[in-house]
Design a protein around this ligand. Structure first.
Ligand SMILES: Cc1cc2nc3c(=O)[nH]c(=O)nc-3n(C[C@H](O)[C@H](O)[C@H](O)COP(=O)(O)OP(=O)(O)OC[C@H]3O[C@@H](n4cnc5c(N)ncnc54)[C@H](O)[C@@H]3O)c2cc1C
Length: 411
């Protein structure tokens, strides 16, 4: 079996980009997914390629924020009380790594990936003829309180040190950018560089179409059947067992299930999120976040997509879309939303790690097994550069960024 034969498990943004980058480097790649490519987390997100996200979401450490989360006053966060015991270990990692003494180095590594987010997507968008899905007018983080807008403006100024460009908008400037917004919002930060996608799942499918046009294959199968076979790996698919010298785990929030079965104890957890679409109302020209209420409104092909913040609950627990209900009231204060399209909201999960960085690199305990998951709030952004980084490591090329910071061995 040639080292160049690779099976990539999971056809979300991360898996498809990994497959494309391996293919570009001469590998014969089979993608395996239980469903459609880009049909899960990579479908349901807000579609922003977040060049401004040079600092990953830290765990709140001040008393007031913690109190608001614990008492469920903060609409950005919800949790299932019964799930908390299984969250203790990863949340402890998350909390400890959010301390200023550790967070600086984490953000420094994180931004090496973020810096390549637009440029790496750009190559694939061009190759996949997907310009029609993309707008290049940034997104707006909007505020209701002057002191929070001032603080955000100071932060934006600081982030300019990392090449992030933004403009602080007062109420008039915000209205000029997005005339449909009500004046409940007093201004915002316009992040100028990010690109936005009006159908995130379709972008993954366009990338997949490029992969298939260039000779790749997508097969339906269950990644949980992965087994070592001789010097390589085997997995069951609808077309029978597939064998390859190397396997990549790119299962997003489902990666944890597979890893537990093969004895990895990594601090992984899910931050669930919901969305619903609204039609027949006023429209936005770019995504707007109501920062103090913790939700995003993003213009999509299907209507305005309202996405919620984080819910700490197991992947398989029943949906509890209480945040969606709460923030819908807030959203109607800032935009005439129109009617909700779906009777059942979409539910997905951000695949998170205890130190906010994705895990990209070789599996410490198994030869020929590789990891690419844990991209949390920015997997749609980071799919292409992560795919490139892992492919370079697998074929022994010089890497686009320093890879050590993303190695699974750090836990
Ligand atoms: C509400 C919300 C808003 C977000 N907004 C943004 C944003 O604006 N920008 C951004 O960059 N990120 C955003 N994110 C995060 C982003 O969506 C994720 O980080 C990213 O989609 C993860 O991609 P992935 O390929 O790792 O996982 P996924 O897209 O979930 O792909 C994993 C794949 O594995 C497959 N799979 C699972 N189990 C099996 C199995 N047993 N066998 C075979 N296949 C299997 C699934 O079918 C799926 O296709 C958001 C997330 C949420 C929830």
């Amino acid at each position: 079996m040639s080292e160049q034969q690779v099976v990539v498990l999971g056809a979300g943004m991360v898996g498809v980009c990994t497959a494309l980058h391996l293919q570009r480097r001469g590998c014969t790649v089979i993608l395996i997914d239980k469903g459609e490519a880009g049909g899960e987390t990579s479908y349901g997100n807000a579609g922003i390629i977040q060049r401004e996200a040079v600092e990953p979401y830290a765990f709140p450490r001040d008393f007031l924020s913690l109190f608001n989360v614990a008492s469920k006053r903060d609409t950005a966060v919800n949790y299932h009380l019964r799930a908390l015991p299984q969250y203790v270990r990863p949340l402890f990692h998350y909390w400890a790594n959010s301390a200023p003494s550790r967070y600086g180095a984490i953000a420094q590594a994180y931004r090496t990936l973020i810096e390549h987010s637009i440029s790496e997507h750009s190559v694939l968008i061009e190759q996949s003829n997907a310009h029609d899905l993309i707008t290049r007018t940034g997104w707006i983080q909007a505020f209701r309180s002057p002191h929070l807008l001032d603080a955000a403006s100071r932060r934006a100024e600081r982030l300019s040190d990392y090449g992030v460009t933004s403009q602080t908008l007062d109420r008039t400037a915000l209205q000029a950018q997005e005339p449909a917004l009500q004046n409940t919002l007093i201004g915002g930060i316009h992040w100028l560089q990010p690109w936005c996608c009006n159908e995130p799942g379709e972008l993954v499918q366009r990338y997949l179409a490029t992969f298939i046009r260039l000779g790749g294959q997508l097969l339906r199968g269950d990644a949980r059947t992965l087994r070592q076979a001789g010097a390589g790996w085997a997995v069951q698919t609808e077309h029978g067992p597939i064998e390859a010298a190397q396997a990549v785990v790119a299962l997003g929030p489902w990666s944890a299930q597979l890893l537990q079965a093969i004895d990895y104890r990594l601090p992984l957890f899910a931050k669930r999120g919901y969305h619903a679409h609204f039609t027949g109302g006023a429209t936005l020209s770019r995504p707007v976040m109501d920062a103090e209420k913790g939700y995003m409104l993003a213009p999509m092909k299907r209507g305005t997509r309202l996405t919620t913040g984080a819910e700490f609950a197991p992947l398989t627990a029943p949906a509890t879309p209480v945040q969606l209900t709460k923030v819908q009231t807030a959203a109607r204060q800032i935009l005439a939303l129109g009617a909700q399209l779906e009777s059942t909201p979409w539910l997905g999960a951000r695949p998170c790690t205890g130190d906010m960085k994705p895990i990209i690199g070789p599996a410490p305990l198994h030869k020929g097994l590789w990891f690419n998951f844990g991209h949390a709030h920015q997997g749609f952004t980071l799919g292409p550069v992560s795919g490139r980084l892992l492919a370079e490591m697998m074929v022994g090329e010089e890497t686009v960024v320093e890879a050590g910071a993303f190695d699974a061995g750090r836990f």
